[in-house]
Ligand binder design. Sequence first.
Ligand SMILES: [Zn+2]
Length: 153
Amino acid sequence: MKQDPRLSEIEKNMRPGEISKSGFLGDDERKLVDILLDDGQAVTALNLNHKILADRMEEITAKGREGFGNPVLVDGYLEVIVEDSRGTIACPFQHMGMYPKENVKVKNIKTGESIHWTALNIHMIREHGFYEGIGSPFRVEPLDLIRILEIKK
Ligand SMILES: [Zn+2]
């Protein structure tokens, strides 16, 4: 799809070494507009939306923080560890404000599958529908997220 020049500017910010060392796009060769469209469709195909996912991630993060770096069992099936790695990072969509770099690790103890995210992931999913490019170390694969957290409409 044709990409708005503003999105191209944002895409430039997402390259390695601009805002973060590893960048946000991994080795994904799709344009940003197509990454956003594809992930948006994957989520809406399941009758979910970015806000539902972000709300659940936020809720799990908040409960996990109570462990101060130690594992917390959330809702009986998720083992959550929130590691504060210090420092903050800016949103590549050129928002005001900085997001803590804490790393949230979540394991579904029934299936053994795990996933991780940061506060910036939650913000970008909620506000921009952006899960990062494929191959990015902080990509949150929407279908993995939905399956591991057992999010249902
Ligand atoms: Zn933003």
